[in-house]
Ligand binder design. Structure first.
Ligand code: COA
Length: 297
C-alpha cells in the first residue's frame, strides 16, 4: 500500500537542498510565503509525494510526509518505518522569517535588516517544531520548542515546559508530560511523566528495545526508567531504574529490573536507609491519578 499527498516545500536556492515540506490538511491549498523566500534565498515549490509506509524513507519530502502522519495521529509511533530518517533531513536554521540554510543566515540578517526586519533563529536542527506544521486537537504545549515534528500527542495530552517529546514517540491517551519521551517510546492514558523524568530511548547507547509506559503510571520527578512499565506502576521521585539495576521483589528475590519489564502494578522505591531498590505491589489508591483540573485541555 502506498500513500500520496501534495504539499509545499522550500528549497535552498544556492545548494538546491530541500529544507522542509508542509502537507496541509485536506481542503487547504499548499501555498506559503515567507521573508526568506521574498529575499531570494529559498524558493517554494509544490511537491506530490508517494510513500511506502513499510519501507524506509527515501528523501526529505518522503520523510516529512511520515512526520506529518505521526503528528496528525494518522499512524502511531512505531507503526510507520522511519529507519534512517536523519540521513534524509538537512540541518536547517529555523528562523522567524522562514527556514534557511545555516550558511545563509548572515546573508538573511543583512537583507532582512535592510528592510528593517529583525530575524530570530529559534533552532538549528534537522527537525522543526511540530506546531509550525501540525496542530493536533485537544492538546496543550506550554513551550512549542519542546515538541519535535513527528511527535504523537493523543487528545488530552499536556506537555509542560520541562516536558519533551521526540519524533516517533508520544502519548496514547490523556497524559501529563513534564519529563522526556524519547524516540520510539509511547506512554499510556492517564499516566504522568514527572518533572525532569527520563525514559530511555534507543538512538544512542543503551539497548535496542523500544520502551513503553502503561496506563495510570506515575514516573516521579527526576526519576528515570530503562525498562517498560505495565499499567498502574509508580517510580519514586529521583530513582533511576536501568535494565541492569538489581531490584528486590516483595518475596526477597533479587533480579535485574529487565526481568520484570512491562509487569503491571509495581512501585519502585529506593530504600532511603539501605539504598536497596525495592519493588513493592503498588497501591492504586495511593496515587489518585493525574490531576483532572490541572490537566484539562
Ligand atoms: C514513592 C512515592 C510514590 C511513595 O509515596 P507514598 O506511597 O505516598 O508513600 P509515603 O511517602 O506515604 O510513604 C509510605 C511509607 O513508606 C516509607 N517510605 C517512603 N519513601 C521511602 C523510601 N525512599 N525509603 C524507605 N521508606 C520510604 C514512608 O516512610 C512510609 O512509611 P510508614 O508507612 O511507616 O509511615 C513518593 O515518595 C514519590 O516519589 N512520589 C512521586 C511524586 C512525583 O514526583 N510526582 C511528579 C511531580 S512533577
Amino acid at each position: 500500500m502506498t500513500i500520496t499527498a501534495t504539499g509545499h516545500s522550500y528549497v535552498d536556492v544556492a545548494s538546491g537542498a530541500r529544507l522542509d515540506a508542509w502537507y496541509p490538511t485536506e481542503g487547504v491549498d499548499p501555498v506559503r510565503s515567507c521573508l526568506v523566500e521574498q529575499l531570494g534565498l529559498i524558493k517554494g515549490e509544490v511537491v506530490t509525494t508517494t510513500i511506502d509506509p513499510d519501507s524506509p524513507p527515501v528523501d526529505a519530502a518522503d520523510a516529512y510526509l511520515r512526520l506529518h502522519m505521526l503528528s496528525r495521529r494518522e499512524v502511531k509511533p512505531n507503526e510507520i518505518n522511519v529507519d534512517g530518517i536523519f540521513g534524509h533531513l538537512n540541518n536547517v536554521a529555523w528562523t522567524t522569517a522562514g527556514p534557511c540554510s545555516p550558511d545563509q543566515v548572515d546573508a538573511l540578517r543583512a537583507a532582512a535588516g535592510a528592510k528593517g526586519e529583525h530575524v530570530q533563529v529559534t533552532g538549528l536542527d534537522k527537525f522543526p517544531r511540530m506546531t509550525d506544521y501540525v496542530i493536533p486537537s485537544g492538546v496543550r504545549i506550554a513551550d512549542a520548542d519542546r515538541v519535535r515534528m513527528g511527535a504523537y500527542l493523543a487528545e488530552g495530552t499536556t506537555v509542560m515546559h520541562e516536558g519533551f517529546i521526540n519524533f516517533n514517540g508520544g502519548t496514547l491517551g490523556p497524559a501529563m508530560v513534564e519529563g522526556r519521551i524519547s524516540q520510539g517510546v509511547v506512554v499510556g492514558a492517564n499516566s504522568d511523566i514527572g518533572g525532569g523524568a527520563s525514559i530511555q530511548g534507543t538512538l544512542s547507547g543503551g539497548g535496542t528495545e523500544k520502551l513503553f509506559i502503561g496506563e495510570n503510571c506515575l514516573l516521579g520527578a527526576n526519576a528515570g526508567i530503562g525498562i517498560s512499565l505495565g499499567d498502574g506502576c509508580t517510580v519514586e521521585a529521583g530513582l533511576y531504574v536501568t535494565a541492569g539495576t538489581i531490584v528486590t521483589l516483595p518475596d526477597g528475590e533479587k533480579v535485574k529490573a529487565k526481568a520484570i519489564s512491562g509487569r503491571p502494578g509495581l512501585l519502585f522505591i529506593r530504600n532511603s536507609t539501605s539504598g536497596v531498590v525495592e519493588v513493592r505491589e503498588s497501591d492504586p489508591a495511593r496515587w489518585g491519578g493525574i490531576n483532572e483540573a490541572l490537566h484539562a485541555n
